[in-house]
Design a protein around this ligand. Structure first.
Ligand code: GAP
Length: 514
């Protein structure tokens, strides 16, 4: 556990030291669960957004994008159910005065049961070697069966309590499982209460005429209310999707995990409108497609897993999370939800306007069903950044810190270094920059010995270092050093663009999905 904590602390301090993420308004001691993206962070974030947008919108003929406002008519949130049901169950510890989400405490307990089962499986795998039949072992080993059955039973009971509003039973469950405050070990809990996560604000100048508004807690509703506008003006045929990226706001009860759970964050969402009855087919399709998208970034298949929901949100008939192995364990990275016709029907009811698709072939109108994919941009950032940050021991026994970001996402693609600050080498380096900067984000570095400059670029996650030396003056070649292998090649300046492009182009990375 201590090791996980150390890794996470290291991620946070590296993000600050190398200009990726700063605490918001830090000179005033920061603001809880609010962060600013710094000069390198903003580029990484922009590249992740672009990678998503390319694969989601531009690579699909039947998906278009929009950019809806953060402010929406307040009735939107009544219709969507957020006013009445967008709550988290909170519980306070009377001794430590710390506040927790009751469902998260229970889920963390269940995760420990799951980990115990995994340990048994791993042990057996080692013992039986090649002949190991995992499926049979999971179905028959008494300990594994017991751990997994207990986990299921607990989660089902929690879901029943939360769905029916029986919060007393949720508290009873916490007490029966003897769940303690993770920070202090105290088991002295208050009752469980519901807490609405939406931030309120006001629109208008004078206090009496001002209108109560909410900051949107998800971007999805901007898509639902625009469904017919987009369908008609884009002459879209079912099935089709509408995508957008943008800020969302939640007054999170517990927000102690850096950019994992923020109060202001960014979502990348896509609503896919389908014929009623076909939603499960598309739900499975998007599950598989989104999984492949994550895998294309090369963070390791073992670091992703699906978690099907026991407790469904008020709008869903099926839901799963793609979880990622963050420094603090497997947690939700992306949600895939079959949202039925809940939202469009609710907006029809509250607005009095029809939100239906007219099917020319059957001459009938219907309210489409929706399959949604929703991934947090900040969580994507954290998943990639934390897994990429590595300490390596080199052959000579020295160590290096290297941020092995997927080259397609790296903020700076290449650093250009003159070997010395004289003999015309800086001038050539700058000429190279002038040429490359039309296609890539590149940087110049002439300070310190070249080895230190390489280390700096490694820690920043820059995939290439291009060094201009005296041979360059003679034959217009440079060395190109690859961040991950540290291998150096002598290449012609004229070939640099192609070499870099091969490694950083979105096309080459997205092709891995196919
Ligand atoms: N429209 C559906 C929706 O909003 P969600 O599961 O509540 O579903 C979707 O959120 C994704 O948004 C999550 O999987 C997560 O990546 C991201 N997210 C949610 N709350 C967040 C928070 N407080 N901070 C950062 N990301 C968050």
């Amino acid at each position: 556990m201590a090791k996980q904590d150390d890794i996470f602390k290291n991620v946070i301090s590296h993000a600050k030291e190398y200009g990726y993420i700063f605490p918001s308004s830090e000179i005033y001691d920061g603001l809880s669960a609010v962060y600013d993206y710094a000069q390198n962070g903003v580029e990484l974030k922009r590249n992740i957004r672009e990678y998503w947008w390319k694969s989601m919108v531009q690579m699909h003929e039947n998906i278009v994008g929009i950019d809806a406002s953060i402010f929406m008519h307040p009735t939107t949130w009544k219709a969507s159910g957020h006013v009445d049901a967008f709550n988290d169950p909170l519980i306070d510890n009377k001794d430590s005065k710390k506040r927790y989400r009751a469902d998260v405490l229970i889920e963390d307990y269940c995760e420990k049961l799951y980990q115990k089962a995994q340990k048994e499986i791993e042990k057996a795998k080692k013992r039986f070697g090649e002949s190991f039949d995992e499926e049979q072992f999971v179905a028959t080993n008494p300990r594994v069966v017991e751990y997994l059955a207990k986990k299921k039973e607990i989660l089902e009971r929690m879901a029943r309590g939360l769905d029916s509003g029986d919060l007393a039973d949720v508290k009873a469950l916490i007490e029966e499982l003897e769940i303690a405050d993770p920070e202090t070990g105290s088991k002295n809990w208050t009752e469980v209460r519901q807490f609405n996560l939406m931030f309120g604000t006001k629109l208008g100048a004078s206090a009496d005429s001002a209108m109560d508004l909410y900051l949107r807690p998800e971007t999805a509703q901007g898509i639902f209310v625009n469904f017919l506008n987009v369908q008609k003006t884009g002459r879209m045929k079912i099935p089709f999707g509408i995508a957008q990226t943008g800020k969302a706001f939640r007054n999170e009860i517990v927000a102690r995990q850096f950019i994992f759970r923020m109060r202001e964050f960014e979502q990348m969402e896509m609503q896919f409108f389908v014929k009623p009855g076909e939603e499960m087919k598309y739900y499975e399709y998007w599950k598989a497609t989104r999984h492949k998208w994550h895998l294309s970034l090369g963070m390791g298949a073992e670091n992703y897993r699906f978690h099907d929901h026991e407790k469904l949100a008020h709008y869903a008939n099926a839901a799963t999370d793609i979880e990622f192995n963050f420094p603090f364990g497997f947690k939700e990275l992306e949600g895939i939800h079959s949202r039925t016709d809940f939202d469009l029907k609710a907006h029809e009811k509250f607005s009095g306007k029809k939100l239906q698709f007219f099917d020319n072939e059957t001459n009938t109108s219907y309210v489409p069903y929706v399959v949604e994919t929703s991934v947090g941009l900040d969580r994507m950032f954290l998943s990639i950044f934390s897994k990429s940050l590595q300490e390596e021991t080199l052959e000579d026994g020295s160590t290096r810190t290297v941020l092995k970001l997927p080259a397609v996402l790296a903020p700076t693609k290449a650093t250009i270094l003159p070997l010395v600050k004289k003999d015309g080498l800086p001038e050539i380096a700058k000429e190279i920059i002038e040429d490359l900067k039309w296609d890539f984000n590149v940087a110049y570095d002439e300070k310190d010995a070249v080895g230190r400059r390489y280390r700096r670029a490694d820690a920043l996650g820059t995939p290439f270092c291009i060094t201009v030396d005296h041979q360059t003056l003679e034959d217009k070649t440079v060395t190109i050093r690859h961040r991950d292998t540290m291998k150096q090649d002598r290449v012609a300046i004229a070939d640099l663009k192609n070499i870099i492009n091969e490694e950083v182009s979105i096309k080459n990375w997205l092709k891995k999905m196919m």
